[in-house]
Design a binder for this molecule. Structure first.
Ligand code: BT5
Length: 265
């Protein structure tokens, strides 16, 4: 079992901001929570907390993120972007896009799924949880938490996820061999920084169009309503065309893919 190592991650990441400070932990409750504690005592933008395991890994809306030791990536990045709170959603999309880029660099075709998932062959390989604190409409800080299943074996996926195991995968399962977690973490930080800097220099539109290219838009989904996932808007919200032709804008929710209907064929 390889061990996470700050110097090895830094060596693999050609970055100027993200990962200048990397705090490698053994077991934590949640890397987002650990980084929030550091933020309260003055952590700098770009600080990363990464852990071998989490005892209370968080998904959205209180859901768990299964975080067994020594096989995956659980990391959180502190960002302090000079953005309006409305941009926070786009930063979550940025996280999933960076994971998809890092997977592509391993020769794997990855898809992003609104709002926070990365899928390979339709199965979830990574998830993003961003937690933001804002004042007067502006982001004070945003903690971008990313979990990626790397060297997780099928039998562990099955025992952790039970009935949902068929919807999850890992890079090892896809490639047929394990990967170097430090190298993957470095690559991911590099991809994140490239998107983050481009976002600041050119605004959100180029990022959103890259996200669209890697997404499942165009398929039939159920969110709270059923319709076609048509697009994302400039704030990163999902636009769903309903069967009556109207469009609904969705800020939060779980998107379930549905079979295609005759009208789509
Ligand atoms: C997410 O939530 O996908 C966000 C996951 C973010 C995890 C990272 S790890 C580092 C940082 N620290 C944290 O505490 N969190 C972040 P959501 O879309 O709500 O998906 C949660 C659902 O995914 C669960 O209800 C399970 O069905 C499924 N799931 C849980 N663990 C999984 C895993 N390891 N692989 C694939 N699916 C999983």
């Amino acid at each position: 079992m390889d061990q996470l190592n700050a110097e090895a991650i830094k060596g693999a990441a050609q970055t100027q901001l993200i990962g200048q400070e990397i705090d490698v932990q053994g077991e934590v409750d949640s890397t987002n929570a650990a980084l929030l504690r550091r933020t309260r005592v003055g952590a700098l933008e770009g600080t990363v907390v990464i852990a071998e395991s989490q005892t209370a890994g968080q998904g959205r809306l209180g859901k768990p993120w299964f975080s067994p030791p020594g096989v995956n990536l659980y990391l959180s990045v502190l960002l302090k972007p000079p953005f309006h709170i409305h941009e926070a959603h786009v930063l979550t999309l940025m996280g999933s896009l960076a994971v998809a880029d890092a997977l592509e660099a391993q020769g794997v075709t990855a898809q992003v799924k609104w709002p926070n998932d990365v899928l390979v062959a339709g199965k979830k390989i990574a998830g993003v949880l961003s937690e933001v604190e804002a004042a007067e409409g502006h982001i004070g800080h945003l903690i971008l938490g990313i979990g990626v299943n790397l060297n997780l074996e099928r039998h562990t996926i099955d025992s952790l996820l039970g009935t949902e195991a068929a919807r999850a995968t890992s890079l090892q399962e896809v490639l047929g061999h394990g990967v170097d977690r430090n190298a993957f973490a470095g690559l991911l930080l590099e991809k994140l920084e490239a998107h983050y800097f481009a976002f600041q220099a050119k605004g959100r539109l180029p990022l959103l169009s890259e996200w669209r290219k890697r997404s499942f838009l165009g398929s039939r989904v159920s969110v709270r309503v059923e319709g076609i996932a048509k697009d994302i808007d400039d704030e990163g919200c999902l636009l769903v065309t309903l069967d009556d032709g109207s469009t609904m804008r969705i800020r939060e929710g779980e998107v379930l893919p549905l079979p295609r209907t005759d009208s789509q064929k």
